[in-house]
Design a protein around this ligand. Structure first.
Ligand SMILES: NC(=O)c1ccc[n+]([C@@H]2O[C@H](COP(=O)([O-])OP(=O)(O)OC[C@H]3O[C@@H](n4cnc5c(N)ncnc54)[C@H](OP(=O)(O)O)[C@@H]3O)[C@@H](O)[C@H]2O)c1
Length: 317
């Protein structure tokens, strides 16, 4: 594993981290996901990313991760960086969503219980809340650090202006924003013009979520939509309608280039993000040990020639 410093903090994160959004819920198979988690850790993936509502059902990924810790991984607690988040829909009524102090505080308490942890390493505001003063949301994060329930805090899905405001308010509380978690992949590049330069200036780390565009940037959909793939399941997060002819034509071209580089497309898509050292880590999902092992091989070649980079730009535009 390669470890990269997270912004201007003392924390090193693995270049590849594992997310438990899908494949670790109550609808999934315990034997499969405990193997994925152990294989990840055995290969140096020290960072596991969760959120209150990962599942389905909501909360079940955290409960299952609690079981994984209990069955052995927890012996290595001091070798792990475990994150959770609150910001999206979690429980009924007005206090189970968005960015109030009430929601963030109660949600983290619930997450700690589900995972049987005393603290998480990173706690995130999962998305900006246009209606709650940002001072309230960041004040809650700062207090959570003071209470020892999270060692560090981060933000996710904040644009550059929202991120700048959040970072500054946390600094007023003498808490450094450790990390930003935006969606970033070859197919999703909104972070490039403003957010990445801002975070580099502010010394905030970056962990890119859905770096494989939920599986589109792999060889999975080259010949249609396989059964059991995310697009075939009815979760609604990757819909069949998103697997368009236009996208798959690009995926074919990217796949050809990856093969020329001696990589799978998944490996190349991750390497393409990691070529930028402002990206601390790529946050992958995996539904099998094989996928995870494939993705880890991305680290064998993070170099791109100028010609390869311009070919990629041509394919993507
Ligand atoms: N902060 C946020 O708002 C937010 C939002 C979304 C995600 N996240 C975080 O980011 C993590 C990753 O998100 P993601 O699951 O969308 O990431 P992703 O890595 O883009 O997609 C993962 C999916 O791609 C497929 N896949 C992975 N490796 C493959 C390989 N080598 N070959 C073929 N297919 C492969 C699998 O799909 P199949 O299941 O079809 O096999 C896998 O479930 C989440 O778990 C979560 O921690 C955060």
């Amino acid at each position: 594993m390669i470890y990269r410093r997270c912004g201007k903090s003392g924390i090193l994160l693995p270049a590849i981290s594992l997310g438990l959004w899908h494949n670790f819920g109550s609808v999934d198979v315990f034997d499969n996901f405990i193997k994925i988690a152990h294989t990840a850790f055995d290969n140096g993936i020290t960072h596991f990313d969760l959120a209150n509502n990962y599942g389905p059902v909501y909360g079940s990924a955290e409960e299952n991760f609690g079981q994984i810790l209990k069955k052995g991984l927890g012996k290595y607690r001091d070798e792990l960086i475990i994150s959770s988040k609150a910001g999206y829909d979690m429980w009924p009524g007005p206090y189970g969503n968005w960015g109030s102090r009430k929601y963030l505080t109660a949600s983290l308490d619930q997450s700690l219980k589900r995972m049987s942890l005393d603290y998480v390493d990173i706690f995130y505001s999962h998305r900006p809340d246009p209606k709650t003063p940002i001072e309230e949301t960041m004040g809650a994060l700062a207090d959570i650090v003071r209470q020892g329930k999270a060692l560090y805090v981060g933000i996710s899905n904040y644009n550059d202006e929202q991120a700048k405001a959040a970072i500054d308010i946390l600094e007023e509380h003498k808490v450094h924003c450790l990390i930003h978690q935006p969606k970033y992949s070859m197919f999703e590049r909104w972070v490039e013009p403003k957010l990445l330069p801002l975070l580099a200036d502010e010394g905030v780390g970056v962990i890119a979520f859905s770096p494989l565009a939920q599986g589109l940037l792999t060889n999975k959909y080259l010949n249609g939509i396989p059964e059991n793939s995310r697009a075939a399941k009815l979760t609604g997060f990757l819909q069949r309608s998103q697997v368009t002819e236009e996208i798959i034509a690009k995926v074919h071209k990217l796949n050809d280039l990856a093969l020329k580089r001696g990589q799978t497309l998944a490996e190349m898509a991750l390497a393409w993000l990691l070529k930028d050292d402002r990206v601390t880590s790529v946050l992958i999902g995996a539904s099998s040990v094989e996928q995870l092992l494939d993705n880890l091989k991305a680290l064998n070649n993070l170099q791109f020639s100028d010609k390869e980079l311009s070919t990629i730009e041509k394919i993507l535009h």
